[in-house]
Design a protein around this ligand. Structure first.
Ligand SMILES: Nc1ncnc2c1ncn2[C@@H]1O[C@H](COP(=O)(O)OP(=O)(O)O)[C@@H](O)[C@H]1O
Ligand SMILES: [Mg+2]
Length: 351
């Protein structure tokens, strides 16, 4: 599928990359809003490969529970006697980004034995400096960073990592660092973290606004259906799924073999039944400390509004609904909203 729009966000990220590394950037937004797609578009099609070397770590599908798992994500071992920079130079022309930092087998074995992050970070810094010496700017991108949010090695790994990222950006100006997360509770933790104050900036990748969503429908119907949708159809689709790219794609794709009303009604029915089942479990006290009345009252706040002030909902209920992907929290704007229009419609229907 071709990539659509996001020109504003692309320009923002490219402008950051053109400057000297100074801050750690957190790319956040509701689930399936297009954060990963955006970063991949930039890496694959928008970055000048002669100038930049990108290390992209996607923690999404990787199970990380201990130090060794983390090391395996970071590194790609090799066993000849080349230097890491020679290895990079040999493979970079065929790849948009690297999925591991090249490391000689012996060095990797040493690092596995030592169980501290000190040597890990020292090794990475040396590789990054070698890249700089070659006249290229390194960029580190970690997708779904929250997956190591609770991991302990000696202390919390995430704090060691943040400290390291601060040294790479604010102190050494050596490497750009972008962290991506759909987990708004994790972003809230980052936002409240004193050690990161003034060292971090945030880029919101939200669902499309209405105007863009309608254009996305035009774009997709041309690509997938080879025809134009009527304005009424587009309005109808928007009223069900809003500007969430993945849902718009789903609808238009199904239009190849299904009727629009059936598609939309089925999607809403599915979402509604999932929400109702969750509410029944809450009512039956399946979740410790979560009160049914409070959840219902919180959801009622969305009857008239798509977005509300986060402090209208008590802490525990808020955390529960965010964790369950019913709501998206924007800790910077201090707002809560349903994870999608579809969820919003489901909430209104269940109540
Ligand atoms: N701008 C876009 N153009 C085309 N497809 C998109 C766009 N943004 C998102 N998508 C599609 O929507 C789906 C979800 O996007 P993704 O980037 O995985 O979301 P996130 O990382 O925010 O959870 C993907 O299949 C992706 O291809
Ligand atoms: Mg993603």
């Amino acid at each position: 599928m071709k990539f659509f729009n996001r020109e504003k966000e692309i320009k923002e990220v490219l402008s950051i990359i053109e400057g000297e590394p100074n801050l750690i950037y957190f790319i956040y937004g509701p689930i399936n809003s297009g954060k990963t797609a955006l970063i991949n578009e930039i890496i694959n099609n928008r970055l000048d490969k002669d100038k930049y070397i990108v290390f992209y770590f996607d923690l999404r599908e990787i199970f990380i529970s201990k130090y060794d798992d983390f090391i395996e994500v970071l590194f790609e071992e090799y066993d000849d006697d080349k230097s890491p920079i020679e290895v990079i130079k040999a493979i970079i022309n065929d790849l948009p980004s690297l999925y591991g930092i090249p490391i000689p087998k012996n060095t990797l074995n040493e690092i596995f034995k030592k169980k501290t992050t000190k040597n890990v970070f020292r090794y990475i810094t040396n590789v990054l400096m070698d890249i700089k010496k070659e006249g290229k700017q390194p960029i580190i991108i970690i997708d779904e960073l929250q997956k190591i949010g609770d991991m302990k090695i000696n202390g919390f790994l995430i704090y060691e990592l943040f400290n390291y990222f601060v040294s790479l950006t604010k102190h050494k100006h050596l490497c750009h660092v972008f962290c991506i997360s759909s987990d708004s509770l994790f972003i809230e933790r980052v936002y409240n973290e004193a050690m990161l104050e003034d060292r971090v900036d945030y880029i919101l990748v939200d669902d499309f606004d209405k105007e863009t969503a309608l254009k996305f429908m035009d774009f997709l119907s041309k690509e997938l259906l080879n025809k134009k949708l009527s304005d009424e159809d587009k309005e109808l689709i928007y009223s069900y799924v809003g500007g969430k790219p993945i849902l718009i794609i789903k609808v238009i794709n199904k239009l190849r073999y299904e009727n629009l009303n059936d598609i939309l009604n089925f999607m809403l029915k599915e979402e509604t039944s999932k929400l109702r089942k969750l509410l029944i479990r809450i009512k039956n006290n399946k979740f410790e400390g979560i009160e049914y009345e409070k959840v219902i009252n919180a959801l009622k706040l969305f009857k008239e509004n798509y977005e509300i002030n986060e402090y209208l909902v008590d802490e525990d209920t808020k955390e529960f609904l965010v964790k369950r992907n019913i709501l998206f929290l924007n800790p910077i704007e201090e707002t809560l909203k349903p994870q999608s229009y579809l969820m919003w419609n489901a909430i209104k229907r269940v109540l």
